[in-house]
Design a protein around this ligand. Structure first.
Ligand SMILES: Cc1cc2nc3c(=O)[nH]c(=O)nc-3n(C[C@H](O)[C@H](O)[C@H](O)COP(=O)(O)O)c2cc1C
Length: 335
């Protein structure tokens, strides 16, 4: 009997197949369907820092307008209604997802700076989320902000969340940091329970006919996995934090690569949006077949086997690979 179980964030999972934060998990019915198809855990869509900050600022403004009675005032402040909507809807979603799911349900907070909005993490915990993923997507456009300030902002954010919650915290990172190992080590040091590698960068496209810059969301391609494998393989073994791989996982082979690089779990969104939720079951049976054919008994047994620590030749992970790759390219005949 092949053992697909794994541990992530201290949670026991029946397999490494996790559904990442996306519209795939935006209702309890969908969470239930994902579980039936084989998902070992799900991450709910994110609630955003801007949403919480705007809403709570509006609430503060409204509540400070000389009201005598708090309860009475609430009834005619429209901002309070919209505040409660985003906020309460999210907490209700956690509660309802938890009530139908037999698998762990993780919530997701999306923000890049520490601040008052972080207290929402406590409510997420109280609503019953098994863990919290912090999506730290930021886009520095101010030339006065240094990379160090930016990274300090993330560290401070995680520190604040860790200080008010007891549930495990995963930090979803972008690949665009000058030194990923340094940031990873600093996050590890303050008790981050997992790093989720990596966020995708959504680049707006240019509409040259109408002179518009338009937001675009393209689903991932399997080639995007290579960047994640590279950094997972480099970080594996250096951290107490778990590593989760997200971005470009489309097949059982991709899941195997993510585990062999050193991931505890492999997360999927695009592949399920393209092929449907039943793709999870296909991946699971392909995974089992491959493991049987190659005589692997467990996921644990293969974890990290292609990490930088395990391979005899580490040059593919280092600068030497850049030189070798460029110089070994042979020109193909062009027509
Ligand atoms: C439509 C869509 C919505 C998403 N929403 C979120 C979100 O709310 N929070 C988040 O952290 N990631 C979000 N993501 C990113 C995914 O969780 C995932 O990290 C990313 O798509 C890479 O994985 P994939 O290659 O399996 O799609 C979203 C992705 C898609 C395609």
């Amino acid at each position: 009997m092949i053992d697909l179980t794994t541990e992530y964030l201290g949670l026991k999972l029946k397999s490494p197949l996790v559904v990442s934060s996306s519209p795939l998990t935006d209702s309890p019915e969908k969470v239930q369907r994902l579980e039936e198809a084989g998902a070992a855990a799900v991450i709910l869509p994110s609630i955003f820092e801007e949403q919480l900050t705007l809403e709570s600022n509006a609430l503060d403004r409204d509540l400070s307008r000389g009201t005598e009675s708090f309860a009475e005032a609430l009834s005619y402040f429209p901002a309070y209604e919209s505040y409660r909507q985003g906020h309460d809807t999210y907490l209700n979603h956690i509660r309802r997802a938890k009530s139908v799911a037999g698998i762990p349900v993780l919530a997701s907070l999306n923000g890049a700076t520490a601040g008052g909005w972080v207290k929402f993490a406590k409510e997420i915990e109280q609503a019953g989320a098994d863990a919290l993923e912090l999506n730290t997507y930021s886009l520095p456009t101010d030339p006065r902000v240094t990379s160090d300030q930016l990274e300090e902002g993330i560290i401070e954010l995680v520190r604040q969340v860790k200080a008010i919650t007891k549930i495990p915290i995963a930090v979803k990172l972008s690949p665009q940091y000058t030194s990923i190992p340094n940031l990873a080590a600093r996050l590890d040091k303050i008790g981050t329970n997992a790093l989720v590698l990596f966020n995708r960068f959504y680049q707006p496209d240019f509409d040259i006919e109408n002179l518009n810059v338009t937001p675009t969301l393209t689903l991932s391609r399997p080639e995007e996995l290579l960047l994640r494998l590279h950094w997972t393989a480099i970080l594996y073994g250096d951290l107490s934090a778990d590593i989760a791989v997200t971005g470009g996982v489309h097949s059982a082979e991709d899941v195997l690569k993510a585990i062999m690089a050193g991931g505890q779990v492999a997360m999927m969104a695009s592949a399920l949006l393209i092929h449907g939720v039943s793709h999870l079951a296909t991946i699971q049976s392909d995974l089992l077949r491959w493991m049987e054919e190659h005589e692997y008994q467990s996921i644990r047994q293969m974890r990290g086997s292609l990490s930088r620590r395990s391979v005899p030749d580490t040059s593919p992970f280092e600068r030497g690979n850049y030189i070798k790759t460029l110089s070994s390219y042979t020109l193909r005949k062009t027509a």
